[in-house]
Design a protein around this ligand. Structure first.
Ligand code: KG4
Ligand code: ZN
Length: 331
């Protein structure tokens, strides 16, 4: 079974071909980072236009690199939620058009859950479900209880900024280029986090939810009139505060739900300090990290998860399936 995956939910256009839900034959990503860099964040209208320009050539490239033709594809999988509505619609419409033209099924995939599938693709046999899922990306911060690789329940989420978004905004305040995560991490290497006191948001009565907008404002105030040589300290303090909050809330969720295997997905999982903090603060947890090539937005995770869902449901989605911008978890 060959699945063509399509991803266009934010600022990466991606197409991939995956065999039998796990074997990645091609994984092509066209990043738009250059396009949005001067704005310090994603501009939705520009993202949509770039998706339209590159999606068909990228699709051809994915088929080419996998050494298959479109007529050999059995299923089209596409991220239809959550994300920028216009951006999602471009991938979804492309997927529907291809499915209709080729007379093959297509299936919509939840992008956030697919971030966890990206990690599971490699290590699924080592997980004793239920397990805890932690999705940390530019658009999402979520804790999920996974009862299988495709069934999940939301148990915590950000109420404002996503953690990756907070990295991007803090980077912008410090004059670092977009995407900010890797640049903050680099600058923080030479900083002392104890030199600034910052706080991540704690929400009364909702111990597993996140809030990073106050932390971002904290960085803004602390950066007022800051000397160049103090910037690494502020970057380190921000990083330490944001990441410690992720680890502590993951540990709290793990204890509450009795889940000690944690599957991590999304771009922020590339951060090395996060790995260090998990072993320092939560050594009792067994953490599974995505391969670097699958941590950031990609279509292999969409194809993989779509193929699993199709096998489970025995059918694809109807052609009137809609793009949904906000995160809704029905399973
Ligand atoms: O998963 P992803 O491609 O995006 C969404 O699905 O939204 O992740 C991108 C995010 C960006 O916000 C970027 O700054 C962050 O991941 N990121 C990092 C690191 N590498 C990427 N954040 C912290 N440390 C890193 N090393
Ligand atoms: Zn993502």
């Amino acid at each position: 079974m060959l699945t063509l995956g399509i991803e266009s939910s934010c600022d990466e256009t991606a197409c991939a071909v995956v065999r039998a839900g796990k074997e990645i034959l091609s994984n092509c990503v066209a990043s738009q980072a250059d396009l949005h860099a001067i704005y310090g964040g994603v501009v939705p209208e520009l993202a949509c236009r770039r998706h339209i320009d590159v999606i068909i050539p990228l699709l051809m490239q994915a088929l080419d690199e996998a050494s298959v033709t479109l007529s050999q594809i059995d299923l089209i999988a596409v991220a239809n939620t959550p994300g920028l509505i216009g951006a999602l619609m471009i991938g979804l419409t492309t997927a529907k058009a291809l499915a209709l033209a080729q007379n093959i099924p297509f299936i919509g995939v939840n992008h956030v859950a697919a971030h966890l599938y990206a990690t599971l693709m490699e290590i699924e046999g080592r997980i004793n479900f239920p397990a805890l899922g932690l999705v940390i990306s530019g658009g999402h911060t979520a804790l999920l209880k996974l009862t299988s690789s495709t069934d999940y329940q939301l148990i915590g989420r950000t109420l404002d900024d996503a953690v990756g978004e907070a990295f991007d905004k803090a980077a912008k305040i410090l004059g670092l280029p977009y995407p900010g995560g890797p640049n903050i991490e680099k600058l923080a290497l030479s900083g002392d986090p104890a030199l600034f006191s910052l706080k991540a948001g704690q929400i009364k009565g909702r111990p597993l939810d996140f809030s990073f907008s106050g932390l971002k404002t904290g960085v803004l105030y602390a950066s007022n009139g800051i000397e160049e040589e103090a910037k690494p300290h502020l970057a380190a303090a921000f990083q330490e505060t944001a990441l410690t909050d992720l680890v502590k809330k993951s540990l709290k969720a793990a204890k509450q739900e009795g889940l000690f295997q944690v599957i991590v997905g999304g771009g922020v999982s590339c951060n090395r300090r996060l790995r260090g903090l998990f072993s320092e603060i939560a050594p009792e947890l067994e953490i599974f990290w995505p391969d670097r090539s699958l941590a950031l937005d990609n279509a292999a995770m969409i194809a993989g998860m779509g193929s699993r869902l199709y096998a489970q449901n025995g059918r694809g989605d109807p052609l009137d399936l809609e793009a949904v911008a906000i995160m809704q978890f029905s399973t």
